[in-house]
Design a protein around this ligand. Sequence first.
Ligand code: NAG
Ligand code: NAG
Ligand code: NAG
Length: 711
Amino acid sequence: MKGSRTKGTTTIEVGAHGVALITIINPPVNSLSSDVLSSLKDSYEQALRRDDVKAIVITGAKGKFSGGADISAFEKVQEGKVNEPKPDFKLSEVLGDTLEAAKKPSVAAIDGLALGGGLEVAMACHARISTPTARLGLPELQLGLIPGFGAMKSRTFDSIYGTQRLPRLVGIAKALEMMLTSKTVKGEEAHALGLVDAVVPPNELVSVACQWALDISECRRPWIASLYKTEKLDSLGEAREIFKFARAQAQKQAPNLIHPLVCIDVVEHGIVSGPRAGLYKEFESFQELVRSSISKSLVHIFFSLRGTTKIPGITDLGLVPRRVNNYPVILKEVNDQFMQAGIGRVRANLQSRVKKGKMTQEVFEKTLSLLKGSLDYESFKDVDMVIEAVIENVSLKQQIFSDLEKYCPPHCILASNTSTIDLNLIGKQTKSQDRIIGAHFFSPAHVMPLLEIVRTKQTSPQVIVDLMDVGKKIRKTPVVVGNCTGFAVNRMFFPYTQAAILLVEHGVDLYEIDRVITKFGMPMGPFRLADLVGFGVAIATGMQFVENFAERTYKSLLLPLMQEDKRGGETTRKGFYLYDDRRKAKPDPELRKYIEKARSISGVAVDPKLARLPEKDIVEMIFFPVVNEACRVFAEGIAVKAADLDIASVMGMGFPPYRGGIMFWADSFGSKYIYSRLEEWSKTYGEFFEPCAFLAERSAKGAPLVRHLNF
Ligand SMILES: *[C@@H]1O[C@H](CO)[C@@H](O)[C@H](O)[C@H]1NC(C)=O
Ligand SMILES: *[C@@H]1O[C@H](CO)[C@@H](O)[C@H](O)[C@H]1NC(C)=O
Ligand SMILES: *[C@@H]1O[C@H](CO)[C@@H](O)[C@H](O)[C@H]1NC(C)=O
């Protein structure tokens, strides 16, 4: 169609033996946009109509079946731009069952991805053939939804109900596991499970699928409608046990989330009351979930994650990252003992992956063989990138960068993992400012997904693009930020611990704070975190903030007092908690002593109002100061987009993704509310809470902090 931009299509090709091959074409992953779906429907109806067609094969172009629904369609519903799907569900419409109940059999030929709606289409076919490397799964729960693709698209293609078919193909327990963990299975495993009927090499995929479809139509193979398969279903008694166990697991793993429980309910309903009833419930539940704040938040995170790769003035210059093919790594240390210890730690981390079955022995050995130790710079003459990760000592870093400039080739990227020191200062004695960049990893570096890429005014766009590429290849989430004390993450979260300490000095129970914050969804509370990081680091970092943001630093002697008494956090087995041999944290009644002392030095009196502070207020008094600082970071242009701060808070601090990240969450309250709360507290408890100019301005205008698409 001229004039209107269509997103994707299908082709239909009828072979000599009477098999119609329908191919989904919508690069890069053949997602099921509404254009693809209506074209699929047209092609399919054509195949049903034509007398020369006996059977149908559905496949995807370029070795990918389909990556699933077009997620921007969910976003449109959430923004209220599209009113469909309305809950005007007509059972008769679904009974049409375009694919499964058709008079001609269809077979899915699966290579690459068959995810979400893609797998749902495949499951509605009468058989599935895949390649060994194909990956099949229903990851909808990652977006706060349930597999309910049919519900989304009920008008166009109405027979695709994932929560009902998967259990009937692979059994209830496995289906729940696949849906609740969003994990995919590969060809062979899918075959063993009964999800696919045969596994063949990619070059035979389409021909085998065509023959299979013909065999069904000529009664040489069974004609199976997966919705009515029963032999994989457990007895009702057994099924109840499975559901009970799944509910307990879901509640334990994600107590704040409802959609996993909804998913279990919908599957159960289909088992107990039959697939039709299950379909109806799936439809209804999907309608509710797609408009829930959890789904809006998770869809926001999904798009924000993609958005981190778009930096105006950097990634739009047409620069191609310089090729890095594999990653031999040289670990340089000052002496042999440290070097062996370093290599030992890498080995231990990798070994634990092997133990957990996440890495094969073969890959382990290959990976470790890429690592070499060195005590000098001789081997640096042909490296492409160096990451300096020594202690925070300016003159030491300056020395190192001067050496690097001498030994490394001129194209080599010179990165520092500093979290506090000015990058310009580090490179002061070099002429290499354009290739000096911050590569800030979060501790523990092999676990935490965030990589803060810190650019200065001199860092060249090419170097930024290169480091983003390397970051992605080592499976981190790179977020490009500007230079300031603490960069984005540590800066935004410095008020987190501070607010917690302020509350404790004013009478809130310390363990109650950790409990409430954990319940909110953080991996741990601020005090448990301080123990983990260690008081030495916490105090040193705190000093940086005192120096730079004196007016809004809450000055407390709680940490130094405890450290004086050899309580330094988890490594000393005593911090805010006591730690046993297995590093299990236990509250310590002795803490009262330190709190009282700190309180008397600060001259703070216990505020009886705070002693019984409701959970909601604890959350707000801890996180609104974080929001306040995030607003400053945003207003100063340290982050390119507010959504980058959302990603940084989720990936760097473990802020719950189902709350959408720090800024998105804040806007669920609105700027006015946050401003007025902060202002009220600043009158009672001082400047620490004072709302920043950006917040004041947004609040005065009655505007949200950020223009979010889905509010
Ligand atoms: C910092 O590094 C320099 C040069 O290696 C060293 O002389 C100095 O003692 C270090 N300072 C601290 C505080 O460790
Ligand atoms: C440097 O990186 C490591 C991760 O390997 C991290 O533990 C350490 O805290 C980082 N150092 C600084 C100063 O950020
Ligand atoms: C980086 O930030 C620090 C701390 O705010 C500041 O002193 C320094 O001048 C900044 N450097 C650059 C290159 O912007």
